[in-house]
Design a protein around this ligand. Structure first.
Ligand SMILES: Cc1ncc(C[n+]2csc(CCOP(=O)(O)OP(=O)(O)O)c2C)c(N)n1
Length: 992
């Protein structure tokens, strides 16, 4: 009976169990026409949903319209039955009359009632469209054409994964009610395309042998970024920090950031320069202030980056967060970050996932990063089917609920629309958003110098024949009568004339390189300042009263705050540490005193003393740092009844101190270390930034950030950072992976010359005078063996006239080891960080008598660093050895040649031993040995004193760091101590 109402073409669909037939079966009491009307309307609503969920899979995003890969076919299978609806209407012939369309569509989707173009459907709030389509009721063809244009054309979006209905509705509305682009805006797009197009042609003509990683095929990136920046500016953003890879970078620098093309031409040949050229042209950054409209100015900086794709992402995020924190007004809204990725890199590299995971966490959010993927569907020579397992290159972003907009880069207006929606999204929801630019090819292959035909023969045949984006767009505007036929030629002539003029200036030598040319202005810090010798021992101690004030404050809690008993006990014991100058302070308290005193504002008395004492914001992050991996910090406390969070260090003196932030991070090293490095840059010396690894080993997950940024950033880009890496280090029988921070890796990165004292080598002197007077040490490595030393090392990081990264090897077992405490007196005014500690003058505290023999009777000097000192000291005391001095190397690099020399020269009759816990091929041994020999040679031993052998004592060379057996560990440690404290069994291999 019901079947009588169904047209023949529809019947098979209904019989397959579509919604209509299911409704029929369950609603015998429904009045038939109403029931059919409802069923048909529901089908239409399902169709709307299908467009919103799966329209992106049918969109025309590939300018070459190549066959889609197997993953797309797969996706379409998974998406039935909703997507089946899309498939059925997808072949709509738009040339049919309105009535023909309506009836064809109704049949395709299985409607029951006869349907013509005059049949209207009430869709209520399910579909809205802007003028002139602001309708209450819709005809079937109008719905389909509207949704087809919205989701299956050259711009589309993925909505299903968004985390709230509000977000889904907002984005659907933006896609379905597309903002129009005005005539002047179109001319701006055209003009930007002319710049992009002419730029690539000009470089190809004049520098055919130089890689430029051109953006040909995705020239629309430029109008897209231009629109994004403009929209951000009108939304109140005043500063954008950009991170991007090689593709299109040169064009962006010259055509959007106004880098003079002549300056780039001077860099194109990579030729001779008076200056040490720190990096290739497509890694360099720049800054410009751009004007949009009358009063909207926005500062845009592109960060320099290494070749390591995506590694700059967390750096830019950290920089953005630091600037946001530093600016007093506008907060997150006024500073934004933009990352421009390649499709292969975005899909493949783990650091992308790490950064996405950071994006919505309290300690790391920047209120939404903007992402653009230049999706040329190739990674060097690798096709997408080999380069990823997901349907879209951008699918990873969906895991964090970031909307993904896809635009065909042959349609610059779609690209502009997508970029504007992205900026609006950030403004509205403060979350990440991704724009995927489907450009599907690099016109000249990966880098213009290799032949892409070998791996993509058919594609490149099609590319040769494919029109340029500029020509397509200009033709479109002309056809629509929006520009006069002569406009394109006049724009081209204007741009060509500008490039020619710049080229003439470059040839005339007007663009001679200066160091500042390759330093991004916002990044240069104090790279060009002259600084004094770096080994000075700046006093960093403070008056007792200040220490006590800070100590008592951090141990106190508000009356209504209920601390956990364990935390309470810790605070009570720490309160006793600041009672008087003889009180003993542990490592945890020393760190708190350092952070707290750095944060305090300077008082008049402090200013008079000439010391740069405080007013530094402090930020500490890493895995479980709030409590501390070793349960020693409890910097963040929770109320037992309410779970309220408080950072005691942030409440020392409200209004009279800078912020102290302590954040547990996601389980990431590369992402978080990169972030904190970026944060330290954005701090611009106004704060101390500390990253702590859970155990030192794990930081090698971030090796790229260490090698490329922390170690080399200053030399490559003049980018200075005072970041501190706290890396728990020490052999305690915990196995191969929780013992070593691999100090040898950092020491290998140190840029000093083992054979010459710093500043003395002729090569170094030449280089220094030619480039940077200050470019001596690139990083510091310190292993503080006492709490007071840790305190001074942290305070010294801010209290000196230059900025360098600091690798701080921190203790584990010593955190709770009573002998590893310092007297509060060692923190007071006049005290400082000791690069070397010689215990030759140690006295018995009880009797005041010297514990060791006078220098001439000393038979052995044991040099060491880190916790092995405590083992040696204990054994020496237990064995009543009085002729052995323990000398701790607290600062390993820059190597304290001057002090060590003096110390060793005192003990002219002693053998010299280097003792370490690490295997011989690890630790500081290889670093110390030649430098000590150089110091002894160049500084001149006193008359009558002869060079002596340096004896190595430590674990033998090994592939793995440490044994997993606690028993073997103990035996090895005992052997090391026995051997160090006994006379030399064998001849050592180097004379010092
Ligand atoms: C971490 C890293 N691995 C490998 C490379 C070598 N490499 C340079 S470009 C490139 C292809 C990148 O493809 P994609 O991300 O799609 O960007 P495109 O060059 O296609 O714009 C590769 C593998 C690199 N630079 N960085």
């Amino acid at each position: 009976m019901c079947g009588a109402h169904i047209s023949r073409s529809v019947r098979p669909l209904a019989q397959r169990g579509d919604l209509g037939s299911r409704l029929r079966a369950s609603s015998s009491t429904f009045v038939e026409p109403q029931r059919a009307e409802v069923a048909d309307t529901l089908l239409l609503v399902q169709l709307l949903q299908a467009y919103r969920s799966h329209g992106h899979l049918s969109a025309t995003l590939d300018p070459l319209q190549r066959l889609r890969g197997p993953w797309f076919t797969e996706c379409q299978k998974w998406t039935s039955p909703r997507n089946a609806l899309l498939d059925r209407v997808g072949q709509l012939d738009r040339r049919l009359s309105a009535d023909e369309k309506a009836s064809w569509l109704a049949a395709q989707i299985g409607m029951e009632l006869p349907t013509s173009s005059s049949r209207r459907f009430f869709l209520g709030g399910a579909l809205s469209a802007g003028e002139p389509l602001s309708l209450d009721t819709w005809s079937l063809p109008a719905v389909v054409e509207h949704m087809q244009d919205a989701y299956c054309g050259t711009l589309t979006a993925e909505l299903d994964h968004l985390t709230s209905q509000e977000e889904q509705r907002w984005l659907a509305d933006k896609i379905e009610r597309r903002e129009s682009i005005s005539a002047p805006e179109r001319v701006r797009i055209l003009s930007t395309l002319v710049h992009a197009d002419e730029f690539e042609r000009f470089l190809a003509l004049h520098f055919p042998k130089s890689k430029r990683f051109g953006v040909e095929g995705c020239e629309a990136l430029l109008p897209g970024v231009d629109a994004l920046i403009g929209r951000c500016a009108s939304g109140g953003v005043r500063r954008i920090e950009v991170g991007m890879a090689h593709r299109g970078r040169l064009s962006l620098l010259c055509n959007l950031l106004h880098k003079p093309p002549g300056a780039l031409f001077a860099q194109m040949e990579n030729g001779q320069s008076d200056y040490r050229v720190g990096d290739v042209k497509y890694h360099l950054g720049d800054t410009a202030t751009l004007a949009f409209g009358e009063r909207q100015e926005i500062r845009v900086s592109i960060a320099p980056n290494p070749s390591h794709l995506e590694a700059v992402n967390p750096v830019v995020m950290g920089l953005v967060r630091a600037v946001q924190t530093r600016l007093e007004t506008g907060g997150r809204r006024s500073v934004a970050g933009l990352l421009i990725h390649g499709d292969a890199a975005f899909a493949g590299l783990g650091i992308v996932a790490e950064c996405l995971q950071l994006s919505n966490t309290p300690g790391f959010t920047v209120g939404g990063m903007l992402h653009i993927v230049v999706n040329n569907q190739v990674g060097f020579t690798t096709a997408p089917r080999e380069g990823r397992s997901s349907a879209h290159a951008t699918d990873l972003a969906k895991a964090v609920g970031a909307p993904v907009l896809h635009a065909n880069a042959d349609d610059p207006e779609a690209v502009v629309a997508a970029c504007r929606i992205a900026a609006d999204w950030r403004h509205r929801f403060h979350k990440d958003v991704v724009v995927d630019l489907g450009c599907s090819f690099n016109r000249h292959g990966h880098n213009e110098l290799d032949d892409p035909q070998a791996t993509l023969p058919l594609t490149y045949e099609r590319i040769q024949a494919h029109p340029r984006v500029l020509d397509l767009y200009a033709a479109r505007l002309q056809q629509q009568g929006l520009i006069p036929p002569t406009l394109l030629d006049s724009l081209k002539a204007e741009v060509q004339a500008k490039f020619e003029e710049e080229f003439a200036a470059y040839e005339a030598g007007l663009y001679r390189e200066q160091p500042r040319d390759w330093l991004a202005t916002s990044w240069q810090g104090d790279a060009l300042q002259v600084i004094p010798f770096y080994c000075c021992q700046e006093p960093t101690g403070l008056p007792l009263a200040t220490l006590q004030w800070v100590g008592r404050s951090v141990c106190a809690a508000p009356a209504d705050f209920s601390r956990h008993p364990e935390v309470d006990r810790l605070c009570v014991s720490r309160l006793a540490m600041v009672e008087d100058k003889d009180s003993r302070v542990d490592f945890g308290m020393a760190e708190a005193l350092a952070f707290g005193t750095l944060a305090l504002h300077r008082g008049d008395a402090d200013a008079a003393s000439g010391l740069n004492l405080g007013a530094y914001a402090v930020r500490l992050s890493g895995q479980d740092v709030e409590r501390g991996t070793f349960n020693h910090r409890h910097a963040v406390q929770y109320d037992c009844r309410t779970a309220k969070r408080r950072v005691a260090l942030d409440e020392i003196q409200p209004g009279m101190q800078e912020r102290v932030e302590v954040w547990n991070s996601p389980l990431s090293e590369a992402g978080v270390l990169g972030f904190e490095y970026g944060y330290s840059l954005g701090n611009e010396r106004r704060g101390l930034t500390v990253f702590e690894a859970q155990f030192g080993d794990f930081v090698n997950n971030a090796q790229c950030i260490i090698d490329q940024f922390i170690s080399a950033g200053e030399e490559r880009w003049g980018q200075t950072s005072g970041l501190v890496l706290q890396l728990p280090h020490g052999f305690e029988g915990q196995g191969p992976d929780h013992s070593s921070a691999r100090v040898e890796r950092f020491l290998q990165l140190a840029n000093d010359d083992a054979d010459h004292l710093p500043g003395n080598s002729p090569a170094q002197l030449r280089e220094i005078s030619a480039t940077f007077a200050c470019r001596q040490a690139n990083l510091f490595v310190v292993c503080a063996t006492t709490p007071a030393q840790l305190f001074h090392a942290l305070r010294r990081q801010m209290n000196r006239p230059f900025v360098k990264p600091l690798v701080l090897l921190t203790p584990k077992w010593l955190l709770h080891h009573r002998p590893a405490t310092s007297a509060l007196a060692d923190f007071t005014a006049g005290t400082f960080f000791n690069r070397v500690i010689d215990d030759g003058k140690a006295v018995n505290h009880a009797t005041g008598e010297a514990f060791l023999l006078p220098p001439e009777q000393i038979r052995r000097v044991i040099l060491c660093c880190g916790q092995i000192y405590y083992h040696l000291s204990l054994a020496r005391r237990a064995r009543r050895i009085r002729d052995t001095v323990l000398v701790r190397l607290e600062q390993i690099t820059p190597f304290p040649s001057d002090l060590l020399f003096k110390v060793i020269a005192q003990y002219g009759n002693a053998e010299v031993v280097w003792c370490q816990e690490e295997p011989k091929n690890m630790g500081a041994h290889f670093y110390i040995k030649p430098r000590l020999a150089t110091a002894m040679r160049d500084l001149g031993l006193p008359a009558g004193m002869h060079p002596r052998p340096l004896r190595y004592v430590g674990r033998s060379a090994s592939a793995s760091v440490a044994t997993a057996s606690i028993a073997i560990h103990r035996i090895e440690t005992k052997n090391i101590i026995d051997s160090a404290l006994s006379p030399a069994p064998i001849e050592a291999d180097v004379k010092i």
